[in-house]
Design a protein around this ligand. Sequence first.
Ligand code: PGA
Length: 248
Amino acid sequence: MRRKLAAGNWKMNGTASSLAEVQALVSLHCAPSVDILICPPATLIAQAAGLCANSPIMIGAQDCHAAASGAHTGDISAPMLADTGAGAVILGHSERRENHNETSDLVAQKAVAAHAAGLIAVVCLGESLAQREGAQTLDVIAEQLAASLPDGTTGANTVIAYEPIWAIGTGLTPSLAQIGEVHDFIRSRLSERFGVQAAEDFRLLYGGSVKPENAAEIFATSNVDGALVGGASLKSEDFSPIIRALEA
Ligand code: PGA
């Protein structure tokens, strides 16, 4: 059985005072029946990981470099993230793909680096509005999925997040049928590549305007094993009900 996962992506939000939100989640969720991952900005990983040291909550990062070390000013490597207390890293978020010209090939290289450092890679996929309206969604997902996952990918070292770009931070969400269609499709593509049994191990998250109000119905959708949550993960009073909806 796949263990469900509630993952929060703080993006470029949060300073030391925001650690109170991590502390609140630690207090509220001592023995969760689902996995919980919080990905604060890199500046807060060490302190957040310290707060979660005796908690089941995992702290993660939002990106890493593909190399382990070297002359890459401003970048952070996967071994550095592991060293600072991260257990996972988001890779290929659409904001990285769009704003930093990240290709699926680069995402795959980063996933190799993450796996080598013992980090779970949370690999993001998603279509633009134009691609959705042009009926290209499944083709885009197929291409991103194939090219973003390196050989050696397993359900233990990788989580897949389907995040339609037009749903991120907009308050818009696909219909439940649309979410289910893409998640079923991802599972079937994983089966073709890795085998039916291995494909069953992958957690498939939905992301894009997940809120306390819509979480339960999204979590009841076919092949949805949790969520990657942006805005609603910043405050424990919003993220906690989403975790509870996943536990229900
Ligand atoms: P959102 O962001 O929940 O604010 O839409 C999701 C994400 O980008 O991971």
